[in-house]
Design a protein around this ligand. Structure first.
Ligand code: SAH
Ligand code: MG
Length: 199
């Protein structure tokens, strides 16, 4: 379907690419929106809104979806607000301009999507797992980090090496987690889907 919305989505994608804003890759976002539909997900908490792209795509996937999304960068937050308004989604997307570690939410969600600072993934997971519904999912993005996680570190800068190490730690943390079981999906930049182990 090619309509006004798909043109507006393309504009956001182009803006993100021109300004080096790391929105989800096409393949990854398509996978997620299908997952939302298939699992009848109605409430989503997103850590890392950037300019609102993924939150908007989640809402377009199903009219039952409500999103709370957190972005610490003021400029991105402002652009996200504008984009959300352009799609008339301000009743369905609540965006919070703060560092996620300062945000305390009591609501529980069907899906928690972690797509923020890669060095902090374990801390995001531990903080926000209390906001997950019993049967909910925690999905994390960028576990491949453009192939670097499974590659050779030799030629990387110290900074990038550090992030790669943090992501490998996160993968170990997920693999050894006794409360959650995780499936790693090789789509987009690599996503992990974690569910509570019920016994
Ligand atoms: N989910 C978005 C892309 C997010 S990019 C999409 O696919 O469209 C990651 C964003 O996380 C950045 O804009 C960055 O500012 C934000 N971020 C990183 N650490 C954060 C934190 N601790 N709290 C809130 N936002 C954070
Ligand atoms: Mg991402």
């Amino acid at each position: 379907m090619y309509n006004r919305f798909s043109l507006m989505i393309e504009n956001i994608e182009n803006y993100a690419h021109l300004n080096h804003i790391p929105i989800m890759e096409k393949e990854g976002i398509d996978f997620l929106t299908n997952y939302i539909k298939e699992n009848n997900i109605k409430s989503i908490l997103e850590i890392g809104s950037a300019i609102g792209y993924s939150a908007i795509k989640f809402c377009l996937a199903s009219k039952n979806v409500q999103v709370t999304t957190i972005e610490r960068d003021k400029e991105r937050y402002n652009i996200a607000l504008k984009n959300i308004n352009d799609f008339n989604l301000n009743k369905r997307i609540e965006i919070i301009n703060d560092d996620a570690f300062n945000v305390n939410i009591t609501q529980k969600y069907d899906l928690i999507f972690i797509d923020a600072a890669k060095a902090q993934y374990i801390k995001f997971f531990e903080k926000f797992k209390t906001n997950l519904n019993e049967k909910g999912f925690i999905i994390s993005d960028n576990l491949k980090f453009h192939g670097l996680v499974n590659g050779n570190d030799e030629h990387l800068s110290r900074n990038v090496k550090g992030l790669v190490r943090k992501l490998r730690n996160y993968i170990d943390f997920l693999n050894n987690n006794e409360e959650f079981t995780t499936t790693f999906i090789d789509v987009g930049d690599g996503v992990a889907i974690s569910k509570r182990i019920d016994d």
